[in-house]
Design a protein around this ligand. Structure first.
Ligand code: G16
Length: 541
């Protein structure tokens, strides 16, 4: 084996965002770009000598090449054993599962999640720690610092491995195991979700559509839903992972999953609809005639989780990201368990899960998960829904209605202003920040500001503090607006404005109608049009 030490110089832009390093594909194609970042990751893993590392990605353009490079660098940096999903594939939740099961030192996961793929699309690399979760900020900061100081990387000169053949191979002294990407994950699902009940549901004629959006969950959903649970062939559509996601934008929301929405809102809707994103951690749930917001989905799963074997003993607590609606807080209060509010980013749930303070958690951005892994998990959420539908015997649309009748309804929408000039987006945030003190008491669009602040998080487990996590405006009329800048975009800035309003008794009003005054207030307070030149958001979900 030849280990080469290759001189390099730092790239200035390798700062991980909300979830790893995400850039356009051509940025990753620059010579040494991938090598530098992977070396920087490994340099921050003190226990790497002799350890196991998990490697895989969502199959997007560049996935195979970067898997090969990552393995060569891992072999040159003392990793003894690498576990790689067949074809270089591992969904994000499956990677988390494999890391935990194998006792690995961590995993290098290749994905830009819900961002489009292909030669002009996005690519990403993130590091997950030994608990299976996204590296905490202290680690991503250390990785970034390392990228700025790098003078060389180490790599084993070796031919490409055959990633498609399950079995063992070697790169230098490192053993590589090409594993079935679905097996460990499916085994875990079997433990926590009631498979026989779901099998009986499908046997009774229950119909669903799962849209894998030509991304990584296709093989998982096919094997589990159609293979094990007896859903009819064809239940899973767009099941073949493609490097450019077949031209889809693999973000499971009503805008990008429009075919599924059209089916579910039409006359031939099956009993249940679901979709997942590029790397399989996000989910979308649609009942016949009704999109279920991720915030409502988290609340409903929390209220009903006891129906599944993995949660039959009850929940320790729940957590939601700050911009997620407060629907789950109401359920937690009724269950007598704690509800935590964290900054956006799955990594903030890790400490709470590891400390056993929470069992379920979720985010408005289509992420729901539990203590079974340390990532959000799209297919798990779908299986838990199916388990609950089977156990309660209620049609999905009635289950949602029942939930609102008991807890009230949190009307919710997110307005995204994409590819805004960074300065303009910062000006919106700065403008609000500077006026926080004088907003309470002001009347705007017929609403009264009751409180305004900038979210700051003190981690209850390790006391670490995260500042500037979004501006919150609370109105006396049971409404709320949150402003925050996305941490996952790859071009300019994305301003997200989250709009919500609670009603205890108006359960079937049109969302736009209920939210209209809050939208008006949000636009006026943020001076969004004046500062960004955008009259309307680019995407409303
Ligand atoms: C990532 C994180 C999520 C987070 C989302 C928000 O999602 O893993 O925890 O909610 O980003 O993104 P933004 O900062 O753009 O609002 P994913 O699915 O892209 O990994």
């Amino acid at each position: 084996m030849t280990v080469s030490t290759v001189p390099t110089t730092p790239f200035p832009d390798q700062k991980p965002g909300t979830s790893g390093l995400r850039k356009k594909v051509p940025v990753f194609q620059q010579p040494r770009y991938v090598e530098n970042f992977v070396q920087a990751i490994l340099d921050t893993v003190p226990d790497r000598e002799g350890a196991t590392l998990v490697v895989g990605g969502d199959g997007r353009y560049l996935n195979r090449e970067v898997v090969q490079t990552t393995l060569r660098i891992a072999a040159a940096n003392g990793i003894a054993r690498a576990l790689v999903g067949q074809g270089g594939l591992l969904s994000t939740p499956a990677a988390s599962c494999v890391i935990r099961k194998a006792g690995a030192v961590g995993g290098i996961v290749l994905s830009a999640s819900h961002n489009p793929g292909g030669p002009d699309g996005d690519f990403g690399i993130k590091f997950n720690a030994a608990n299976g979760g996204p590296a905490p900020e202290s680690v991503t900061e250390a990785i970034f610092a390392r990228t700025r100081a790098l003078t060389e990387y180490r790599i084993v000169e070796a031919p490409d491995l055959d990633l498609d053949r399950i079995g063992r191979a070697r790169i230098g002294a490192m053993e590589v195991e090409i594993i079935d990407p679905v097996a460990d994950y499916a085994a875990l699902m079997r433990e926590i979700v009631d498979f026989p009940a779901i099998r009986a549901l499908f046997a009774s004629g229950f119909r669903m559509r799962f849209d894998a959006m030509s991304a990584v969950t296709g093989p998982y959903a096919r094997a589990i839903l159609e293979g094990e649970l007896g859903a009819p062939a064809g239940t899973v559509v767009n099941a073949e992972p493609k490097p450019d996601f077949g031209g889809h934008h693999p973000d499971p929301n009503p805008v990008h999953a429009h075919d599924l929405m059209a089916l579910m809102l039409g006359p031939d809707a099956p009993d249940f609809g679901a979709a997942s994103d590029g790397d399989g951690d996000r989910n979308m749930i649609v009942a016949p005639g009704r999109f279920v917001t991720p915030s409502d989905s988290l609340a409903i799963l929390t209220a009903q989780a006891r129906n599944a074997p993995g949660y039959a003993a009850g929940l320790a607590g729940v957590a939601r990201s700050m911009p997620t609606s407060r629907a789950v807080d109401r359920v937690a209060a009724a269950l007598g368990i704690r509800a935590y509010e964290t900054p956006t980013g799955w990594k903030f749930f890790g400490n709470l899960l590891d400390a056993g303070l929470i069992t379920l958690c979720g985010e408005e951005s289509a992420g729901t998960g539990s203590n079974h892994v340390r990532e959000k998990d799209g297919l798990w959420a779908v299986l838990l829904w199916l388990n609950i539908l089977a156990a309660t015997g209620r049609p999905a649309q009635d289950l949602v209605r029942d939930h609102w009748a008991r807890f009230g309804r949190d009307y919710y929408a997110r307005h995204d202003y994409e590819e805004v000039e960074t300065e303009a987006a910062n000006a919106v945030m700065e403008g609000l920040r500077s006026r926080l003190g004088c907003l309470p008491g002001q009347r705007v669009a017929g609403l009264t500001v009751a409180a305004a602040d900038e979210f700051r998080y003190v981690d209850p487990v390790d006391g670490s503090v995260t500042e500037r996590q979004g501006i919150r405006i609370l109105f006396a009329e049971d409404a709320r607006v949150v402003y925050r800048l996305s941490g996952t975009g790859t071009a300019g800035a994305t301003l997200r404005v989250y709009i919500e309003r609670y009603s205890a008794d108006r359960l079937d009003a049109a969302v736009e109608e209920m939210l209209a005054p809050v939208v008006e207030a949000a636009r006026a307070l943020g001076a969004v049009a004046a500062l960004t030149g955008r009259e309307e958001p680019s995407v409303v979900t």
